[in-house]
Design a protein around this ligand. Structure first.
Ligand code: SF4
Length: 631
């Protein structure tokens, strides 16, 4: 191993012990850099080494790791991404979730690759970072504020504006330990999966506020880095599969997903819009043209993605809202019966401000509305009537959930636990996975690859939304998405790619190219000789650590099933009559075989661990959990 820290890495990792209000730093070593990169990889290392799998997510021993990676702060587009790893509140298992924006680059410029939050504070605090100045400050004046108000308040208080300050924290939902609360920052960027915000709330941290640092970033080959970044952006702009995303971000989602029955409409009760013209309301340019807007892109990002909009008509005229992602368009929209795009933009923003994950929110809210419609839950229980598309009632419900008021206290546990609480036929209506979380916001009965990924994935969501590029996987470009053998092979071979991307400190929308140009950029920055084979091997190592961690935490293969509604057969639309459950056991078993896991326990097989060089870090099941650094 080299003795000098490679380019792209800051010198330190910041550790904040909230119980004792003790702040320390640790050296980033060349060995840690090469073995774990940053983001998801570095987070997996800390989770594995420091958080006993048998403790609960709300134990002070749990860690909340907020990490960036070696490409943060470079000219590779989307260089401000934050990765959060923790033991999550929904599954009580591993979590890896990403927010874009500027946090990652601000953290790197302050001299840190990651922040490790541990212990639990006795008082509500926020973390203030300005280069070497790191303080736990009283947050009592921020309590009850939504995520945008919190950032506004700290802007004013600290006399800063724009990208000089990133504030990533929780809204009222996280303060009240809503299980599916999230971490939000830079007005609309969310680390939303598996209750990461609930963990932050349990630690009594309202937010982390980072002033843009002044430390600079060392790079091995500056000209090479610019050339590689240029190559990546050229690929994004010209490649058929990413050029539309370059122009419209994920606004392309609704039209594409509708064509194969993947829009969730009224809690999976249909796959057809109530009005035929609805489809065209969701045309990307029409969505963009709907109201005045301007770009709100993340660090060094040239994508025409992420916009802030001003509502220009109706009762909410003049309010600023952010452009939803595809998941937000579905979840704050058709899933809860809202079809007017302006209302969807508004509702999605309110969900972000409250600090709850829009996916979990939508499955819980949609379930409630269906149950009220069918009489399984009464108006008396909730306190008022909530019907499909009733924006005011749905907003009122959101506030009840964020504050755990009345029936909102039950809904704050998420779709699975609320459905189990109510029981009977209501249980059958809920969309969730056996591990306790809910899927990302589509109707996956028409997209089996994501249903399987959300159900079996080890990080509180899917581990990459689908197969990698054929040039990287060596697999055929054309395959049958409803064939279990094809699916098992494509998903098993591609497992880990997303963990590599999530360890770089950049946005996955900008690293969705073939792996070669990404490795070229990484090598120019660090001086390494990374290959796409090493990238995939790295990703698989991280996937197997998360997998081993979850099995040790008590998650079993039989929990890797969709709820009855999630795995049900669509009654109409393009995927009518199809069900992944007809093939589930074959698909599940073959996927395990490709991944190299034991079908009974779910744990990585000894030969898998050996092949990945993990045998010293991740001992076979039954052996004592290793506490070691790197390999
Ligand atoms: S693609 Fe979008 S989310 Fe990703 S970094 Fe660029 S603007 Fe941000």
């Amino acid at each position: 191993m080299a003795t000098e820290l490679p380019g792209g890495f800051a010198d330190k990792i910041l550790r904040i012990d909230l119980t004792n209000e003790r702040i320390t730093t640790e050296d980033m070593t060349p060995e840690i850099a090469r073995t774990w990169l940053g983001g998801a990889g570095l987070g997996a290392k800390v989770l594995w080494e420091e958080v006993p799998p048998e403790i609960n997510w709300d134990d002070p021993e749990n860690r909340l790791i907020m990490a960036t990676g070696p490409l943060a702060g470079t000219p590779v587009w989307g260089n401000g991404t934050l990765n959060v790893v923790t033991k999550g509140a929904m599954t009580n298992g591993a979590t890896s979730t990403q927010a874009n924006g500027f946090f990652g680059v601000n953290l790197k410029l302050s001299g840190y690759n990651a922040i490790i939050l541990q212990g639990q504070s006795e008082r509500w605090v926020y973390v203030y970072i300005k280069d070497d100045v790191v303080e736990l400050r009283d947050a009592s004046h921020l309590m009850g504020k939504d995520t945008w108000e919190t950032q506004d308040t700290l802007y004013q208080e600290l006399g800063l504006a724009g990208h000089q300050l990133s504030v990533y924290g929780i809204g009222p939902a996280g303060e009240n330990l809503v299980r599916f609360s999230m971490i939000e920052g830079d007005y609309g960027h969310v680390a939303s999966k598996n209750g990461a915000g609930c963990v932050m709330g349990k630690k009594k941290v309202k937010c982390v506020a980072i002033v843009r640092g002044t430390k600079g970033i060392r790079v091995h080959d500056t000209a090479g880095m610019y050339a590689a970044a240029d190559e990546i952006s050229h690929e994004i702009k010209t490649d058929a599969s990413s050029s539309q995303r370059y122009l419209f971000g994920t606004l392309t989602g609704p039209m594409a997903n509708y064509s194969f029955g993947a829009i969730p409409i009224r809690n999976y009760s249909t796959n057809i819009y109530p009005f035929p013209e609805q489809h065209y309301e969701f045309e990307p340019q029409a969505l963009r043209d709907r109201m005045p807007h301007r770009g709100h892109q993340c660090g060094a990002c040239g994508m025409h993605h992420c916009h802030m909009n001003v509502i220009n008509q109706g009762p909410r005229k003049g309010e600023i809202v952010d452009e939803p992602e595809s998941e937000g368009l579905n979840c704050a929209g058709p899933q809860i019966g809202i079809f007017n795009p302006t209302d969807i933009f508004w509702m999605n923003t309110q969900v972000d401000k409250a600090g709850v994950d829009v996916n979990e929110w939508a499955w819980t809210c949609g379930w409630l509305i269906e149950c009220m419609e069918k009489g399984y839950i009464t108006e008396e229980q909730v306190g008022f009537k909530v019907t499909w598309g009733d924006v005011d009632a749905i907003y009122r419900l959101l506030q009840m959930v964020a504050r755990r008021e009345g029936f909102g206290n039950i809904l704050a546990e998420g779709a699975k636990r609320a459905a189990e609480y109510v029981g009977g036929p209501a249980y059958e209506c809920a969309v969730f996975t056996g591990k306790g979380n809910t899927p990302i916001g589509h109707d996956h009965r028409g997209r089996w690859q994501i249903l399987f990924g959300c159900t079996v994935g080890s990080v509180g969501s899917h581990e990459g939304a689908g197969p990698g590029r054929p040039v990287d996987t060596g697999l055929p470009a054309h395959w049958d998405p409803y064939n279990p053998h094809d699916l098992a092979t494509q998903l098993g071979v591609s497992l880990g790619r997303s963990h590599f991307e999530d360890s770089l400190g950049t946005c996955i929308f900008t690293t969705s190219t073939p792996l070669d140009p990404i490795c070229t950029a990484l090598n120019a920055v660090t001086g390494w000789d990374y290959t796409k084979e090493e990238a995939m091997r790295f990703g698989k190592r991280i996937a197997n650590i998360f997998r081993a961690y979850n099995v040790r935490a008590g998650l079993t293969p039989d929990m890797e099933r969709p709820s009855p509604r999630y795995g049900s057969r669509p009654i109409d639309g393009p995927a009518a009559g199809k069900s992944i459950m007809d093939h589930w056991d074959v698909l599940h078993q073959e996927y395990y075989e490709v991944a190299g896991w034991d079908y009974k326990s779910g744990y990585p097989l000894p030969e898998t661990l050996k092949k990945l060089g993990l045998e010293d870090i991740v001992p076979p099941l039954g052996a004592k959990k290793a506490v070691t650094s790197a390999r």
